[in-house]
Every structure is written in C-alpha cells, then in structure tokens.
Write a protein that binds this ligand. Structure first.
Ligand code: NI
Length: 232
C-alpha cells in the first residue's frame, strides 16, 4: 500500500527547514556530500544526488524535528505500527541527478549501533511539485509503477520491499527527507489489514461511541490480531 499523508508538516515548519537546507547549500557547501557514500554496494552505481552530512549538528537537529512531527501523526502510527526508526536524512537532486531502480537495504545500522529492519519507507517532500521538473518517485507495485510527486510538507509511505527510483531532476532543486521504520508487524499485508480495521473502528467509535458493543468487539479483534502478528 502506498499511503500519502498530506500536509504532515505545517507551512511554517517547511519554510524553516528549507531555509536551513538552502542555507547549507549557499554558505556551507561542504555539508552537502555525494549520496553514493551511504548507498549499499548495488545501489551505489545508480545513485546520483547530494545528502546533507548526517553527522553535522544541523542535520541532527533537523532530523530530530522531522522525526518528532512524523512520529506523532495518528495516521502514520496507525499505518506503520512503529517499533524503531531509522532517523530522517536529507537529500537534494538537481542538474539531472537521479536514483535508478533499486531496493533499500533490509537491515540498517544506526549511529547508536542499533540495527533497524526496514519494513516501511518514508519520503517527506520538502519542495513543491512545481519547483522542479522530473524527480518523480516511481514505486513498482502489482499494478505497475506509481509515480509520486507531492508538495512540500507531504509524506508518502510505502513498503520497503518495493523496487523504486527517483527520476532525473531536469530543472530546479528537489529537497526531501527520507527515513525507515521497523514495524511491530513486518508483513505488509497483515499491517495493511490492521490499518483498515483500525480506521474503520475509529469511524465507528465516533458514530456510536466507545461503549457500543460492536465497537468493543472489533477493538478486541484488532488487539487479538495484533497479539498474533506483532513480532519483536
Ligand atoms: Ni531507496
């Protein structure tokens, strides 16, 4: 399932982030490094972008801010059932830069030494769609490739098991934050079923109240499925 969450960041927050990222371009060019550095050996050949030096104070504080906003969003929590994060990093595509078809590494090691199994991938767009040409995030699904190009502040979530690419950016700059989640439920089909059920329970709870017998029964079903499917 590809799930867009529009306007996850407020406009003010987007503007502040952008100022920092563009400022780092203008003044401290050394903060933007070749993206190949952090690619796996197979992805390295097809990756052509810039990444904000993740060890810099700037990257750390921006990453923290994005993670905070994302991890509190109810739809995000319902869809991903997060257990661990691989914290957000920032990239920039320009001048024909692209990231050819690849699959993300399954296990990633964080700076603090923790490993994260990548179950869900997230891309938070930080440029508006009309600021650049190309740069679509194309994700392969059972129904063909889906091209995603959202506005600044919008998030797309997709299963990390999907092949995907970023098409060449032929005009302007495309800024984004990207991150991964290890979910309590690694299987994307099961996770999607829990999401559907949870969304439906939430609507019914508003309609009928939390004391309603069917709401209780469905909530019980949700938790019992979670108990069976959640894995450490
Ligand atoms: Ni990727």
């Amino acid at each position: 399932m590809l799930l867009p969450i529009e306007k996850l960041l407020r406009e003010n927050d987007v503007q502040q982030l952008r100022q920092h990222l563009e400022g780092a371009h203008a003044v401290k060019a050394k903060l933007w490094l070749d993206g190949k550095r952090t690619a796996g050996s197979l992805a390295r050949n097809v990756k052509d972008n810039l990444q904000l030096d993740e060890t810099s104070d700037l990257a750390r504080s921006l990453s923290q801010a994005v993670m905070q906003a994302v991890s509190q969003h109810p739809l995000f929590i319902s869809a991903t059932l997060p257990e661990k994060f691989y914290p957000p990093r920032f990239n920039c595509y320009q001048g024909g830069g692209s990231y050819g078809l690849h699959i993300d590494s399954s296990i990633m090691k964080r700076d603090d030494g923790e490993t994260v199994r990548t179950d869900v991938s997230g891309t938070l767009f930080l440029s508006d769609a009309d600021e650049y040409d190309g740069g679509e995030l194309a994700i392969e699904t059972a129904f063909g490739a889906q091209e995603i190009k959202l506005n600044a502040g919008d998030l797309i979530l997709y299963p990390s098991t999907s092949m995907h690419e970023v098409r060449p950016v032929t005009r302007g700059k495309r800024f984004a934050a990207f991150f991964w989640i290890q979910s309590l439920v690694s299987d994307s089909t099961k996770r999607e079923q829990l999401f559907e059920l949870d969304q439906s329970i939430q609507v019914l709870t508003v309609d009928r109240g939390p004391e309603d017998q069917e709401v209780r029964r469905l909530s019980g079903l949700y938790h019992n499925l979670m108990r069976q499917w959640a894995m450490p």
